[in-house]
Design a protein around this ligand. Structure first.
Ligand SMILES: Nc1ncnc2c1ncn2[C@@H]1O[C@H](COP(=O)(O)OP(=O)(O)OP(=O)(O)O)[C@@H](O)[C@H]1O
Ligand SMILES: [Mg+2]
Length: 485
């Protein structure tokens, strides 16, 4: 509708411009034609009268001659005809008698109070013509003709009015026709196209558009229908692909579950199998009385050690399977981390590895201190296991808003970072470190549960663990938890 209205307004402007220009040229030409007709009339009447006056002058005398002019004046409507004797100054226009040789026309402004033609600065323009009357070689006088332009002006005015009316009527008719056509050919189909586009945007294209128009809008409608068809085909393909992907993912998850169960079974078998063998072997030896004295004590201690190892393994398995809800409270992350580092310092010194706690200021966070301690201990123990003697492990706590390069979050996260100069990991290993029972350590040194337990705890705190590692150079494990949990 708006488009049709704009086109209609443009057409009105065009019609006004063209018809206005055309009217102006026509009126101008009519004025010229009317003026030249008036001049021709004056010349014809004046010259005929001049001949008649000259002949009568010498045949019947001057008074009869001027009477001819009075008679002509009375017979002519719209033209004032009068006789000007030679030398007279009583004329509508001053006459230079010596120079009056032929017909002289001039347009002047005249008023006519009391029936007398007089010159005036204001009033109706008059065409005044003087035609010299000669006879027997002498100048007798002149015939003076004066015609008001009133008639011409009236004609011009009515011509202008009719032009304006024609322009207005044509504009209205053209605008109405264009509005109707615009609404029918543009507005209505465009409204349907818009509705269709809105439905496509909302995800329900509905029925195809049926516009019986063989023009650009019709082509647009059929293009839109084709686009909707392509979209529907793409959608169903995407849905099929998504379903296939979901199926594949489910199969993968199933396979992963089987692998985890397998690893779990192998892990338990290994973790408990070896110590159980030792326990039963030693116990049988004692029962059969094959050992005596101090050796019995030695065997009993070995049984106790292996039982402890099994208990520890079972505790860690329980930790993994029955994770308890974190008991969150406001803790100083630096203090929790430091005390855990201090507990491991002795072990580090034994391996000739330096443990450096780099932060001293307080970092507050809502967390379960016991679980946090467990996470940090796992990370530092892993770092110790991966580090060669003489290397350094740096531990730092802090707050950060920049979680990835260049992007910031509104609320800061608290972090604990453990950085070692150890073996590092290949990309392959790095991807699996959080999987339960994934370990690269020799039997008896690692179960593969440390990081998966840590991962679960951190996740329950609303955080995550980031791992960066370069084989041969070391690894950085960063634990992020929201400051306000
Ligand atoms: N700091 C590290 N440097 C190099 N490799 C590491 C580091 N931390 C972990 N890993 C790798 O990740 C694996 C999994 O670690 P995770 O702590 O889960 O198990 P684990 O240490 O092998 O056994 P557990 O901790 O149960 O005794 C490790 O076997 C090791 O390959
Ligand atoms: Mg570990």
């Amino acid at each position: 509708m708006k488009l049709a209205l704009r086109v209609a307004l443009a057409v009105i402007a065009g019609v006004v411009l063209v018809l206005g220009g055309f009217g102006y040229v026509r009126v101008h030409r009519e004025i010229m034609l009317l003026d030249s007709d008036m001049r021709k009339d004056h010349a014809l009447i004046g010259s005929t009268l001049a001949v008649q006056v000259s002949e009568t002058w010498f045949a019947d005398g001057p008074s009869r001659a001027t009477a001819v002019i009075t008679l002509a004046d009375n017979n002519r409507e719209g033209v004032d005809i009068s006789w000007v004797p030679h030398g007279s100054t009583q004329t509508l226009l001053p006459i230079e008698w010596q120079q009056l040789k032929g017909i002289r026309h001039e347009i002047v402004l005249l008023t006519r109070p009391g029936g007398e033609l007089l010159r005036s600065e204001e009033g109706t323009p008059y065409l005044v013509t003087h035609i010299p009357v000669t006879g027997r070689g002498q100048l007798l006088g002149a015939v003076q003709l004066a015609t008001s332009s009133e008639l011409r002006d009236r004609y011009v005015r009515s011509s202008i009015i009719s032009s304006v009316i024609a322009t207005v009527v044509m504009s209205i008719v053209a605008a109405a026709a264009i509005l109707a056509l615009g609404v029918w050919l543009i507005g209505r189909p465009l409204a349907r196209l818009t509705e269709k586009a809105r439905r496509v945007g909302a995800g329900d294209p509905g029925e195809p558009l049926d516009l019986a128009q063989n023009d650009e809008i019709g082509f647009l409608a059929s293009e839109m229908n084709a686009m909707c068809d392509r979209l529907a085909a793409a959608n169903s393909k995407a849905a099929a692909e998504a379903a296939a992907r979901q199926r594949a993912q489910e199969q993968l998850r199933h396979a992963e579950r089987l692998a985890t169960v397998g690893r779990l079974a192998a892990g338990i078998a290994h973790e408990l199998g070896t110590p159980l063998n030792i326990v039963s072997g030693r116990a049988k030896m004692i029962v059969r009385g094959k050992v005596e004295g101090l050796a019995v004590l030695e065997y009993a201690r070995s049984i106790a050690d292996q039982s402890e190892r099994m208990t520890a393994s079972i505790r860690r398995l329980l930790d993994f399977s029955r994770r308890r809800e974190p008991q969150k409270q406001l803790v100083n992350l630096t203090a929790v981390t430091s005390s855990c580092v201090e507990l491991l310092r002795h072990e580090a010194e034994r391996q000739n590895i330096e443990l450096v706690m780099e932060t001293s200021e307080e970092i507050r966070a809502h967390a379960d201190p016991g679980q946090l301690d467990q996470v940090t201990t796992n990370l530092v123990v892993n770092a110790l296991q991966a580090s060669p003697p003489g290397s350094t492990i740096r531990i730092r706590t802090g707050l950060t808003k920049e979680l990835s390069a260049g992007s910031e979050v509104a609320e800061p996260f608290a972090f604990v970072r453990v950085e070692d100069e150890g073996t590092g990991m290949t990309e392959e290993v790095r991807k699996q470190v959080f999987e339960p029972f994934f370990t690269t350590k020799p039997a008896g040194q690692g179960v593969g549960l440390g990081l998966s337990v840590a991962f679960g705890i951190v996740e329950e705190h609303g955080g995550w663990i980031d791992v960066q590692s370069t084989p041969g150079r070391g690894s950085v494990f960063s634990v992020y938890i929201p400051q306000e949990a």
